[in-house]
Ligand binder design. Structure first.
Ligand SMILES: Cc1ncc(COP(=O)(O)O)c(C=O)c1O
Length: 426
């Protein structure tokens, strides 16, 4: 089936009325800790690239659970995988072998540069695993006693203590110190800065154990990596024998039009991490590595839920659908269509919009630094116009629809964004 056909025939979107519940947002806030600034919207149902709120109003979902719902909502393949596995075997722990974990690892290895996989439940947890693996490699192979991992300004690697430390954004670290030792930050896409940092850190004795980067910075403002920068970093890591870790949590699993973000840069990492799109919305994360740096031994790392048959069966269904339905082609074509449409909106609103950037179906509409509007205001106006979008910082509006999105849905979203700008410009 061509991606075009698949997108048009993907889950039937029947405008079934959603029962209006007695849901009260104030009651919700009374019981749930307020760690999120939520938009005033209560969602009840989804199908394909659409969701409905509790009043039955329909929205195009160009957030997809923040680049997570690879196949959209209620995709028949996911529904089938969930049903099948929950009635067969859903969880037994890693004390035993389960076929689904092995099959998912095999798919990932056969469709990437990695040789081995470890499964966990989220992006932060996958990155924690990568940090531990790099530290053990430093101690046992490189002979470095206090290993340092270089990461980038404006990066995002998760919300655990190690991953907020790896994240080069002070706003995520404030009030959570003492942070973890062993991290050093450099500006992204700046070769001179990283070369100077390595020279400085290694001036007395080798300390740099790894470089950890996103192929495209998602949360940091949809900022694609430069090919020449990443290719030189690859060379530096190889020359020094240190590890190149890529965080593929947001950009992996087809989102950029390639299976993995690093394929856009013409390089291979030694270690990379995945989560978000891997389970299509069912929690799963993975740490993948080449065999030369697979220094973990029994007892080194573990996760109770990690790689259970339920999550792996769904992950496998998502991976196979990505491949068999040739969704990468759809991502490339729809991505081009979306960027072209956003660029013509940018031309009509030159005072507000500075730039459109991204790869495949992860794209950012960058607002002018001196424009009065913020990304949250654009997202608010877009919700009113019927499309869900997500900010990536104060001035970037992110578009990350399900990878099954159709040409008609892209056009509909563009019309809604145009409407949002018209309202905001009044
Ligand atoms: C690049 C990247 N790494 C890590 C994470 C953290 O993933 P999780 O929220 O699943 O822990 C995110 C989440 O946005 C991400 O974008």
């Amino acid at each position: 089936m061509s991606p075009e056909t698949l997108a048009q025939t993907s889950p039937t979107i029947a405008p079934v009325p959603v029962p209006t519940s007695e849901f009260d947002r104030a009651e919700f806030d009374r019981y749930v800790m307020s760690t999120y600034a939520r938009f005033p919207l209560t969602l009840a149902r989804g199908a394909g690239c659409r969701v409905w709120d509790t009043d039955g109003r329909e929205y195009l979902d160009f957030v997809a659970g923040i680049a997570t719902c690879t196949l959209g909502h209620a995709h028949p393949v996911m529904v089938e995988a969930v049903h099948q596995q929950i009635q067969t075997l859903h969880h037994v722990s890693n004390l035993y072998y389960t076929p689904q974990q092995g099959e998912l690892a095999q798919w990932l290895v056969e469709h990437s540069c990695a040789d081995r996989a470890f499964f966990c439940n989220s992006g932060a947890e996958a990155n924690e695993g990568a940090i531990k693996l790099a530290r053990k490699y430093a101690h046992t192979v490189l002979g470095i006693q206090s290993p340092i991992i270089i990461t980038a300004h404006a990066s995002f690697h998760g919300r655990t203590l190690a991953t907020i430390t790896a994240t080069g954004q002070p706003k995520y670290q404030k009030n959570f110190d003492p942070l973890m030792p062993g991290f050093y930050y450099v500006p992204y896409n700046d070769l001179t800065a990283i070369e100077s940092a390595i020279a400085l850190l290694d001036s007395n004795e080798p300390q740099v154990a790894a470089i950890m980067l996103e192929a495209l910075q998602g949360e940091g403002g949809v900022r694609p990596g430069d090919q020449s920068y990443f290719q030189r970093i690859r060379e530096i890591c190889t020359e020094k024998g240190i590890l190149l870790i890529l965080d593929e949590v947001q950009v992996g699993m087809g989102r950029t039009g390639q299976y993995w973000g690093y394929e856009n840069l013409g390089i291979e990492p030694d270690i990379f991490t995945s989560a978000k799109g891997l389970g299509g919305g069912i929690p799963i994360g993975a740490l993948l590595c080449k065999s030369f740096c697979d220094v973990f031994q029994p007892g080194d790392h573990a996760s109770t839920f990690g790689g259970n048959p339920f999550a792996c069966a769904v992950g496998l269904a998502v991976c196979r659908t990505l491949e068999e339905s040739r969704l990468l082609e759809n991502v490339q074509q729809r991505g081009e269509q979306l960027r072209a449409g956003l660029r013509s909106i940018a031309e009509r609103y030159p005072h507000q919009v500075a730039e459109v950037r991204g790869w495949g179906l992860i794209n950012g509409l960058v607002l002018n630094a001196d424009a009065e509007i913020t990304s949250s205001q654009v997202v608010g106006a877009a919700i009113e116009a019927g499309v869900l979008l997500v900010p990536a910082g104060l001035k970037v509006v992110r578009f990350v629809p399900p990878l099954i999105v159709s040409a008609a849905e892209i056009d509909q979203a563009l019309a809604a964004v145009e409407k949002a700008f018209a309202v905001l410009s009044k």
